[in-house]
Design a protein around this ligand. Structure first.
Ligand SMILES: Cc1cc2nc3c(=O)[nH]c(=O)nc-3n(C[C@H](O)[C@H](O)[C@H](O)COP(=O)(O)OP(=O)(O)OC[C@H]3O[C@@H](n4cnc5c(N)ncnc54)[C@H](O)[C@@H]3O)c2cc1C
Length: 506
């Protein structure tokens, strides 16, 4: 059996591990946290479960890329998914306008809704969304199509900025702003974020979004089972502190418990800055290290977790994005002052098994700059001091007050609420500056954040959100690319499609 050690038991580590396990690899996943899963992990507060970083995702509709992938892995039957409401999938409220948009699923329905709202932009809306879907077609992996090994060339629109694309088609400033509502899920900055990120995320959303019923942890556990059933292991509380490299080959990894693991191949699912900290210094050139360390991060979040009293708040089967004003969909924080925060937030009510009319919990996420928690950057979870706790409480109150602009009695329905800051995210995932989605891609300098799944260290491969695109979809698709770097180009995509063909034959 070939062997592989994976550093980090997040989505990327577990999906690439499960794919390799199916290829006959004996996989060992080493995860620093007490519970595996990274962004899939759920945690309990007073016996109630909350998700850490997986609230809404696409790709699971019939024929969707993730449905096909997780069917191939035998995971789909082990997880419970709730499709969002087809007719009202994303809700966007703009408080200054007193207006709420209720966006449906499906390209034609989505376009028809926007045409009704902005009739003067009829042609432009149609052309814009045709272009968005065309751009998504440039990414073969997104459609699980086999690719040629040659470097693919992309259109100018694909690589240019979101705003550049939008400005070419749309003239109404309000519509322009509305079309950016997914920025919260994209960590985007209009003038620099490449349009392909917006195109892929929009296509994913428009085709239909889902939530986990119960805990997102179920997916991490199901993936771990695939690895274990093939003779591998997934070990929690096993932080890798050193990656030993000799002659451009990893020879072993050491953990904080003093354990040493060896394998033929190694995959890193940790933030590249963590990788550089733990790998022997001669592994990479100074130029490479300098480049990686200079890549800016996507925005971080302040998250408020709410447990409602019995029957206090109706369950929402959609994602709700709320902006103070149209212009607040651009996550450039340079102009925002803590006194004027929050300007925008997104919330969901995660469904439970046998979900009834009322929600049990809510997760509210608002973008925030890491600079605001700098005074406590050298502290650790549970030991950040009174001033930090007071700051967190003030911020929580601001978020709840903002929610009361939408639901005037919101606070009366709360049994308890607590918050997580960029420091929580940083320490939990190991992400630099607690960034939500890792490296921030810049259409003006795409090479800066460019990471390949293969590295100069011959048996070390990369996976995870920094390699390509973040989120359940982006990271899972990159995991295919990583696993294929070990087992052969297109091997896994072909098998996923063969599995679909067999399914159709019954
Ligand atoms: C607030 C927030 C909300 C989000 N909401 C959504 C959403 O609704 N939908 C969506 O699709 N995506 C969402 N995301 C993004 C998604 O969670 C990430 O893109 C995804 O989890 C990244 O997967 P990954 O495998 O790259 O990293 P991770 O899932 O972070 O996994 C990396 C793992 O490596 C471990 N690790 C770090 N250092 C070490 C070490 N030295 N040794 C061993 N293990 C180590 C970490 O503990 C972690 O478990 C959200 C993210 C955040 C922060």
């Amino acid at each position: 059996m070939k062997t592989c050690v994976i550093i980090g038991g997040g989505i990327g580590g577990l999906v690439s591990g499960a794919l390799l396990a199916k290829e006959g690899y004996k996989v060992t996943v080493l995860e620093k946290n007490a519970i595996i899963g990274g962004g899939l992990q759920t945690f309990k507060r007073y016996g109630v479960s909350f998700p850490t970083g997986m609230h809404v995702f696409g790709g699971f509709q019939e024929g969707g890329n993730l449905r096909k992938l997780f069917e191939y892995l035998g995971v789909i039957e082990k997880i419970s998914l709730q499709p969002m409401d087809k007719n009202i999938s994303d809700v966007v409220t703009v408080l200054s306008e007193g207006k709420t948009y209720q966006l449906p699923q499906g390209k034609e329905q989505y376009i028809a809704y926007l045409l009704a709202m902005f009739p003067a932009e009829k042609e432009q809306i149609r052309n814009y969304f045709d272009r968005i879907f065309e751009l998504s077609e440039e990414e073969d992996l997104f459609y699980l199509r086999e690719t040629s090994a040659d470097h693919l060339s992309h259109s100018e629109d694909f690589l240019g900025s979101v705003n550049r694309l939008r400005d070419r088609y749309i003239t109404d400033p309000k519509l322009k702003a509305l079309l950016g509502y997914l920025n919260d899920l994209m960590g985007g900055v209009g003038d620099t974020t490449p349009a392909y990120i917006h195109a892929l995320l929009s296509t994913l959303h428009i085709n239909g979004t889902f939530q986990f019923i119960g805990e997102s942890q179920q997916m991490a556990d199901a993936l771990a089972k695939v690895i274990e059933n093939a003779g591998g292991q997934v070990i929690a509380q096993e932080e890798v502190v050193r990656i030993e490299v000799e002659n451009h080959q990893v020879t072993g990894v050491l953990t904080s418990k003093g354990h040493r693991y060896q394998a033929d191949n190694y995959i890193s699912d940790v933030h590249p800055n963590v990788l550089l900290r733990i790998i022997d210094p001669q592994a990479f050139t100074t130029a490479f290290k300098t480049r990686v360390q200079s890549v800016p991060e996507t925005v971080s979040s302040f998250k408020v977790f709410v447990k409602f009293k019995e029957k206090a708040f109706r369950y929402l089967n959609h994602s709700h994005f709320c902006l103070s004003d149209f212009e607040d969909n651009d996550l450039d924080f340079s102009g925002i002052q803590p006194s004027d925060w929050p300007r925008s937030l997104m919330f969901v009510t995660p469904p439970v098994a046998y979900q009834g009319e009322f929600a049990q919990t809510m997760v509210i996420i608002s973008p925030i700059a890491f600079d605001w928690v700098k005074p406590w950057e050298n502290t650790h979870t549970g030991h950040r001091g009174v001033a930090y706790e007071q700051w967190k409480q003030t911020m929580t109150d601001k978020v709840l007050a903002f929610m009361e602009r939408l639901y005037p009695d919101f606070r009366d329905g709360i049994e308890f609420a607590f918050a997580a800051s960029p420091l929580t995210i940083r320490d939990f995932y190991g992400n630099k500056e607690g960034s939500n989605y890792g490296f921030r891609k810049d259409s003006n300098n795409l090479m800066l954040s460019q990471m390949s799944v293969s590295t100069k260290v011959r048996n070390l491969f990369l996976t995870g959100q920094n390699v390509n695109i973040h989120g359940l979809c982006g990271v899972s698709l990159t995991a295919i690319e990583t696993a294929e770097a070990l087992v052969g180009h297109n091997t896994i995509v072909r098998k996923i499609n063969e599995n679909q063909w067999l399914k159709k034959q019954g």
